[in-house]
Design a protein around this ligand. Structure first.
Ligand SMILES: C[S@@+](CC[C@H](N)C(=O)[O-])C[C@H]1O[C@@H](n2cnc3c(N)ncnc32)[C@H](O)[C@@H]1O
Length: 275
């Protein structure tokens, strides 16, 4: 692949998704795009770049972008944010008008483990939620992972990563060597496509936002822009969770760390007070 082809594909992917492909990712580009080259009967990545230069290649550009996303996820990933959520939910419920649902957004949800982890927590809190409905929205830029999230069927390998056996038995049923999430958890969740670089305002406002392990793939200006957009979708007393290698520090002043809680962020006091 010529450097021009690499730059063109990297520029296209960054413009569409924010994903930053530095020249050391050349090998990743080659390995992840090989199936697509075969499917499109293209000789090599130069031919792909050539095809992508045609403004009509929108579907192909989308497929290339999707192929370059990293979709790694697991149940109750990193533990801490979920422990914090268990403590935060009763406070959020107490501060809401009766009947008002609690809205949780798993932005960049991949195959849905994060959304279903939240659903399990809410299902197990029972009385502490005072009968409050918890609505969980999972979104991602990649259609393939969203389809898997909606299906709610996980492999043995996937359930072995982070999901305690007690919850596996309680919330999943075995089906031809795989595990299907219970109808109750599915009823709490919904999965939709959403690009974090797009207009997030139509998503509405959320009490809790999880946006974990996606900002690491963006450059600092893109991280700042996405964090500011997420802050605007958070209710004044809401919580945002980021991944272990992510922070708001030096990127935005619209969010501040929750004191003593790694990975949890909130609106600065002055902003929260004015709503
Ligand atoms: C590594 S996974 C993280 C999954 C989950 N949040 C977790 O922490 O386990 C990153 C996800 O971000 C998605 N993604 C990448 N760029 C995106 C964008 N611009 N908008 C929305 N999702 C994006 C990818 O498709 C991928 O599924």
């Amino acid at each position: 692949m010529t450097p021009e082809s690499f730059d063109f594909i990297a520029g296209l992917v960054k413009g569409r998704s924010g994903l930053l492909l530095t020249p050391d990712k050349r090998y990743m580009l080659e390995s992840r795009l090989t199936p697509l080259l075969k499917r499109e009967a293209l000789a090599d990545l130069d031919a792909l770049a050539q095809r992508l230069r045609d403004p009509r290649s929108v579907a192909l550009a989308e497929a290339v972008t999707e192929a370059l996303t990293t979709n790694e996820s697991s149940f109750f990933r990193d533990g801490k944010p979920f422990d914090h959520l268990k403590r935060a939910l009763p406070r959020l419920v107490a501060a809401r008008a009766p009947g008002q649902p609690i809205r949780v957004w798993s932005a960049a949800c991949s195959t849905g483990q994060e959304a279903y982890s939240v659903a399990m927590i809410a299902a197990e809190m029972g009385r502490e939620l005072e009968g409050r409905r918890v609505e969980i929205l999972g979104t991602d830029i990649a259609q393939e992972v969203l389809a898997r999230a909606r299906d709610g069927v996980f492999t043995q390998f996937e359930v072995q990563r982070g999901l305690p056996v007690r919850q596996l038995v309680k919330f999943f049923s075995q089906e031809q060597g795989r595990w299907r999430v219970s109808p109750d958890l599915r009823a709490m969740t919904r999965f939709e496509r959403c690009n974090l670089l797009g207009d997030l305002r139509p998503m509405g406002r959320f009490d809790v936002i999880f946006c974990r392990n996606v900002l690491i793939y963006f450059d600092p200006p893109t991280k700042s822009r996405v964090l500011a957009a997420l802050a605007a979708q958070l209710v004044p007393d809401g919580v945002l969770y980021l991944g272990g290698a992510e922070t708001v520090l030096g990127l935005t002043e619209k969010l501040v760390p929750v004191p003593g809680e790694r990975g949890a962020y909130e609106l600065p006091r002055a902003v929260a007070a004015t709503g």
